[in-house]
Write a protein that binds this ligand. Structure first.
Ligand code: ADP
Ligand code: MG
Length: 697
């Protein structure tokens, strides 16, 4: 239950003075519904109104506050577009105040001729004439105090002016109360951090440009609070998982033995090492929480299969979660192929499976007749009941936060711990994994299966498109299969599609009957049909939007063409290129660029030509883009932070992790005064999932 002290923070914004239904709705779009959301809505800049020059000293585009005498009004003739102008002056120069769509009588009252006024706003020189359009403030000299010396500038939403936003945020801040201190006093002292509410107030009342800098002290304090709440919640959940009676799986047994014997290749050293690390976890009576990192094509699937077979030969079940339908079906196919002769049952379940067939499958699953279930999120729907799920493998799943972990854990046999193996081809920097996974163990596949020729990567101007198309003739005659990735168009998905369809028609004319098209708007079965035709060799050219980005495996594909490669990020280009060079043939990747406008785009093309090493590419990506963008929260599924920014504050993450660990060592149930304060923090930062694992305070 949320502590009473926090009630005001969770009140709706409509309860604030000056916020009606319409404004509340506008606010909800950009800021949120609650007072708390307004607290986190920090200014991004300041307006400094302290500059108070004589009119004659004003340079172009200056924010000024000036004392003037009002002169004549120049009202536009009715029904014209001309603005309303009011002349004013001091003893050095004249200035025009300009108003569009003005109400003349209002201005006559505000700016009576012959009287003094203090005016604040942005002055500019237009056609040699000093002027100010729509001043921010116009007051009588005895009310000069009503003009703030420095004003915060908030990110705005259409329909709410800066002034109104400022007023609303101030009203929200008035509702806030001082909260008990949850920080370790020594840390607070060392960092010179202010109290919580003082920090909040300072951030909303900046006095210098540095005060709105995300790396300023006050902001760091609040960022730390957020990381601490995040790490504490993850630690609580992890402790809960560890508390459950784990099970020791049989890592040595007939199924694993047979699989390895049957494999048409030898496992790489790297694969063997990762399998050994995973086996140690599986064989121990604690639950596993491990991340398997390995570049595209490094052979993660077989490692996962070995782990899943350990579950099966122990008499339990395993599940493999894939991010998309296509990938789920592909995993299903390759696992089925690998399991030939092993006498186990593998099935696939996605959102597409419905009706009787689905019911039958669920019945078999509950009866324990299915050993391995592959699928999308459908695997963890409410009505999916496992007989005895011991291991969940999560592929290409960056979005693996607290909630998802709980959903997966819920499918285990009650009271029993479950093993989890997450797999990713994106090498995530250590500090960043901490925020998503907490203190997860990491295994890395650093070595690629032998016999792979490097991919020949070339960058070519899009002007030479016709030439490129003609050059495909030869490899096609030699039996090559070709991916053609269509440009990422910024505006909308529809135009993505149009571009892909157009390219499809063009190529289909040149290579009739041999070209297929897949895109995100297609229905699952349709998509699968085209993919299968391409994988099976009935189609030789696959035109695609980026739907094929992750994981698809067609070893015969040896040519990858990427149109407008300059619009893709490095990680994405690397993923796409990883689709070729999977078999023993020589592969080519053609990066067709349009306009290499930025330094950055040129650097990306160069790196792609130079290396295929995913870890190096990730590093370069980090360097070129900064951590914030690399794992831009939306696309990567890193937790959405409200205050903290991975770009500016990631150095605080390991500190928060250690802090959280120590807290739970010394105050297991958060019962001390500081522990109680930390409970408040968890609720405040909406990380209360962990609290239910505490004995009530
Ligand atoms: P990832 O999922 O890491 O991108 P996959 O598991 O799909 O990679 O493996 C890519 C390809 O490499 C598959 O065709 C697989 O059969 C093959 N492969 C995996 N391990 C080896 C190995 N040790 N030697 C040769 N080929 C391998
Ligand atoms: Mg894979």
């Amino acid at each position: 239950m949320r502590p009473e002290i926090l009630y005001p923070f969770f009140a709706e914004t409509v309860s604030l003075p000056g916020v009606g239904g319409r404004i509340a709705q506008l606010l909800e779009k950009v800021v949120g519904r609650r007072v708390l959301d307004l607290c986190w809505h920090f200014p991004v800049d300041i307006i400094d109104r302290r500059n108070s020059p004589k009119l004659g000293d004003i340079r172009h585009e200056q924010m000024v506050t000036v004392e003037v005498e009002i002169g004549s009004h120049d009202a536009p003739p009715p029904r014209t577009k001309r603005p309303y102008r009011v002349w004013c002056h001091d003893d050095t120069a004249q200035m025009q105040l300009v108003f569009f769509h003005a109400k003349g009588d209002y201005l006559l009252r505000q700016l009576p001729e012959g009287e003094k006024r203090v005016i604040s706003g942005k002055a500019e020189i237009f056609n040699g004439q000093l002027q100010m359009t729509h001043p921010d403030y116009m007051v009588a000299p005895n009310k000069r105090d009503e003009i703030p010396a420095i004003e915060p500038v908030y990110p705005l939403t259409a329909g709410i002016s800066g002034r109104v936003m400022g007023r609303i945020v101030r009203a929200a801040l008035e509702r806030t109360v001082e909260l008990p201190e949850w920080l370790d006093p020594a840390l607070k002292k060392r960092e010179g951090w202010p109290d919580w509410r003082a920090a909040l107030m300072a951030l909303h009342h900046p006095e210098a440009p540095g005060d709105v800098d995300p790396s300023c002290k006050t902001r760091r304090r609040l960022a730390y609070d957020e990381f601490l709440a995040n790490q504490l919640a993850l630690a609580l959940i992890r402790r809960q998982e560890k508390r459950k009676k784990g099970r020791a799986l049989k890592t040595e047994g007939p199924l694993v033995e047979k699989l390895i014997e049957k494999l048409p290749y030898r496992l790489t050293n790297s694969q063997q090492e990762c399998i050994a690390e995973i086996n140690t976890d599986l064989a121990s009576p604690h639950s596993m929480m491990r991340l398997l990192q390995g570049d595209v094509g490094s052979g993660k699937t077989v490692v996962a299969m070995v782990a899943m077979l350990a579950a099966v030969q122990s008499g339990a079940q395993a599940a493999l979660l894939a991010p998309t339908e296509i990938l789920a079906r592909q995993h299903y196919d390759s696992l089925t192929e690998m399991s030939e002769g092993l006498d186990i049952r593998i099935e696939v379940l996605t959102g597409r499976d419905k009706g009787k067939a689905r019911e039958r499958l669920l019945a078999d699953l509950a009866a324990g007749e299915i050993d391995i279930l592959v699928g999308t999120h459908a695997l963890f729907q409410k009505d999916v009941v496992y007989h005895d799920l011991a291991l969940a493998v999560i592929d290409e799943q960056h979005r693996f936060g607290v909630e998802q972990r709980l959903a997966v854990a819920a499918k285990g046999t009650s009271g029993q711990g479950m093993d989890m193996l997450a797999m990713t081809a994106t090498p995530i920097p250590r500090t960043l994994t901490l925020t998503a996974y907490g203190d997860m163990d990491v295994s890395r596949l650093t070595e690629k299966p032998p016999g792979r020729l490097p991919v020949d990567t070339r960058t070519i101007s899009l002007n030479r498109l016709d030439e490129v198309v003609r050059s495909l003739q030869r490899p096609l005659e030699g039996g090559a299969r070709i991916y053609w990735i269509c440009p990422l168009v910024e505006e909308s998905e529809k135009s993505d599609l149009a571009a892909a369809e157009e390219r499809f028609r063009q190529l289909d004319q040149i290579f009739p009957g041999r070209v297929g098209l897949v895109h995100g708007k297609m229905k699952g079965p349709e998509k699968d049909k085209v993919m299968a035709a391409f994988a099976g060799g009935a189609l030789d050219v696959l035109v695609a939007t980026t739907v094929i980005e992750v994981g698809v495996n067609v070893p015969e594909a040896t040519v990858m063409v990427i149109e407008h490669a300059e619009r893709f990020g490095l990680a994405q280009l690397h993923q796409l290129r990883g689709r070729v060079g999977r078999g023993s043939g020589q592969s080519v990747c053609l990066l067709l660029y349009g306009h290499l406008g930025s330094e950055n785009a040129r650097a990306r093309m160069k790196i792609m030509r130079e290396t295929e090493d995913g870890f190096r590419i990730a590093e370069e990506d980090l360097r070129l883009r900064g951590a914030g963008e690399l794992l831009g929260t939306r696309q990567s599924g890193m937790p959405d932070f409200k205050v903290a920014s991975l770009e500016f504050h990631s150095d605080l993450i390991p500190m928060a992790r250690d802090d959280a660990k120590l807290i739970l060592q010394t105050d297991r149930e958060l019962k001390t005064d500081r522990g109680q304060a930390l409970r408040v923090l968890l609720y405040l930062m909406e990380q209360d999932e962990g609290i239910r694992y505490l004995r009530s305070g």
